[in-house]
Design a protein around this ligand. Structure first.
Ligand code: NAD
Length: 503
């Protein structure tokens, strides 16, 4: 891995190009400014410097993009799936070829540390390859014969879809949503998050260079309340795949009601990691730390609540406090850095506001609890102890490098605390008692649970949450279920009796 100096040198021409071109929309294969001519400035969380200006689009831009996606739909739908597969693999190749540029740009745009982002582009390429390989079977259905009919089912792409992504790991998440949509035969209008528009544009360029026909994938930048809203309300857009906050999901559901949008929501979380006293102490400690302090804690699946059994709590929390205090906060392009700056001043202020909330609620700040006094949005990795689950620090998604530790006495109490939240995305259980693991996972209200493991994503498995954490699942065939419609056709196999009316 290169050092900070080398990474900055490689990034410099990428930033020069971005400053010069800005981030334009891309509609029907053409670069376009917002119809209104409006732009907004995008700044780096690293030092608050200006990165580039970005098209600030509205309903007219979304309308043009939706019309382009609608026009491109029949040809893309009807293209042999083997050709779609080929193009999606070519996109994956393009991502691999530009992986370093993507990683550096993502770090600069979002504040994520290079040690994690260097792999994010490759994971994005894997997403394209995974769904490319499944494209030829996406339409397969069932044969359900009855006495009189040969009944067959097939699946067809739903039509042009809207994809709305958040600012945390924006590159990886864009590939995660867009690759299955394209593999299914849908066309796409993508609205990336306003705080992190840079890598979505690179991805779009790669896709068209790989041979994706114009209009199949359109990119429109702008704010959630205007461009995002217009996308969810557009009559030509059949479905919205959304990743973001729970309250935004609820708004999108309302906005999409008049046009009967199908929606898929991957929303917030306040995920517990539960450590029993029979667990492998060292592995549980490593995983608990990794799952909240990696990716700046700006991760929907982060384990932001630590539930630790009372008998081991003093030692576990002492070791945790020691480790958290040594986590390296710094420049995201320094390979040594473990936690970088938070995405934006607005988010930085939100995360820092919880230091006072913790004090007011009566918790202890055992580590961190302050920001660096320098330009950029650097927050020290923070640990709250002596907390109870009714505190705001245990109930609200802080979405930063901030962990709330809560002791528990019994298994029954652990499950009660774990489930006592509006969210239900992931949970992590550490125990060496197999029967308890089976019983406990059965009682947990979460869409995804890992036992004796951190979050290790396997693409064929379902990804998504319950309660306020989402609706629907991604991954494997679940993604195709969302982007496609079932169609049933019954063929008469003989001269069965048809009821006769009239004379
Ligand atoms: P956000 O909801 O503020 O924004 C997400 C996107 O929605 C942005 O592109 C934004 O412009 C757009 N948007 C905002 N208002 C809109 C509206 N009224 N209509 C249409 N679009 C609108 O979320 P964020 O702050 O960017 O991202 C962080 C959140 O995302 C966290 O809550 C996190 O847990 C969640 N997240 C969930 C998952 C998951 O898989 N469950 C994955 C990543 C992030």
């Amino acid at each position: 891995m290169s050092d900070l100096h080398a990474n900055l040198a490689t990034l410099a021409p990428i930033l020069d190009r971005l400053r010069e071109t800005g981030v334009m929309n891309r509609i029907a294969g053409q670069d376009c400014a917002a119809r209104s001519g409006a732009t907004f400035a995008n700044h780096s969380p690293v030092d608050e410097s200006h990165i580039c200006d970005v098209a600030k689009s509205g309903a007219a831009d979304i309308d043009a993009a939706a019309k382009a996606a609608k026009a491109a739909f029949p040809a893309w739908r009807d293209l042999p799936a083997t050709q779609r597969k080929k193009i999606l693999h070519a996109i994956a190749d393009g991502i691999v070829a530009r992986a370093e540029e993507i990683a550096l740009a993502e770090c600069w745009d979002t504040g994520q540390a290079i040690r994690f982002m260097s792999k994010a582009a490759l994971r994005g390429a894997d997403n394209f390859r995974f769904f490319a390989d499944r494209a030829p079977a996406a339409r397969d259905g069932q044969h359900l014969p009855s006495d009189t009919l040969m009944n067959v089912t097939t699946r067809l792409p739903i039509g042009p879809v809207g994809v709305i992504t958040p600012w945390n790991t924006p590159f990886m998440l864009s590939t995660w949503k867009i690759a299955p949509a394209l593999a299914a035969g849908c066309t796409v209008v993508h609205k990336p998050a306003e705080f992190s528009p840079v890598t979505a544009r690179i991805l779009m360029e790669i896709a068209e260079e790989a041979g994706l026909p114009p209009g199949v994938w359109n990119l429109v930048n702008g704010m959630g309340e205007d461009a995002g809203r217009a996308l969810t309300e557009h009559p030509d857009i059949r479905a919205i795949a959304f990743v973001g906050e729970s309250k935004t999901g609820s708004m999108i559901m309302k906005q999409g009601a008049d046009t009967l949008k199908r929606v898929h929501f991957e929303l917030g979380g306040k995920n517990p990691v539960i450590v029993f006293d029979d667990a492998d102490f060292e592995r549980a400690l490593d995983a608990a730390i990794f799952m909240i302090y990696s990716l700046n804690g700006e991760r929907c699946t982060s384990s932001s609540r630590l539930l630790v059994q009372q008998s081991i709590a003093p030692e576990f929390i002492a070791r945790l406090t020691e480790r958290v205090s040594t986590i390296r906060l710094g420049h995201p392009l320094d390979p040594q850095t473990e936690v970088g700056p938070l995405i934006h001043k607005v988010h930085f202020d939100k995360v820092c506001s919880y230091f006072d909330v913790a004090r007011q609620d009566g918790a202890t700040i055992a580590a961190g609890g302050s920001a660096l006094n320098q330009p950029g949005h650097y927050v020290r990795p923070t640990l709250f102890t002596h907390a109870t689950n009714d505190m705001r620090i245990a109930q609200e998604e802080i979405f930063g490098p901030v962990l709330t530790a809560i002791p528990f006495a019994t298994e029954a109490e652990a499950v009660q605390i774990a489930n006592d939240t509006a969210y239900g995305l992931t949970a992590y259980v550490w125990t060496n008692d197999l029967t308890r693991a089976l019983r406990f996972t059965n009682s947990l209200e979460a869409g995804m649970i890992w036992v004796n493991s951190e979050n290790v994503r396997h693409l064929p498995t379902p990804f998504g949450g319950v309660k306020a954490s989402g609706i629907g699942r991604d991954g494997g065939d679940w993604s195709f279920e969302f982007y496609m419609e079932q169609k049933h056709v019954g063929f008469a196999t003989g001269q069965h009796k048809i009821p006769r009316l009239g004379t």
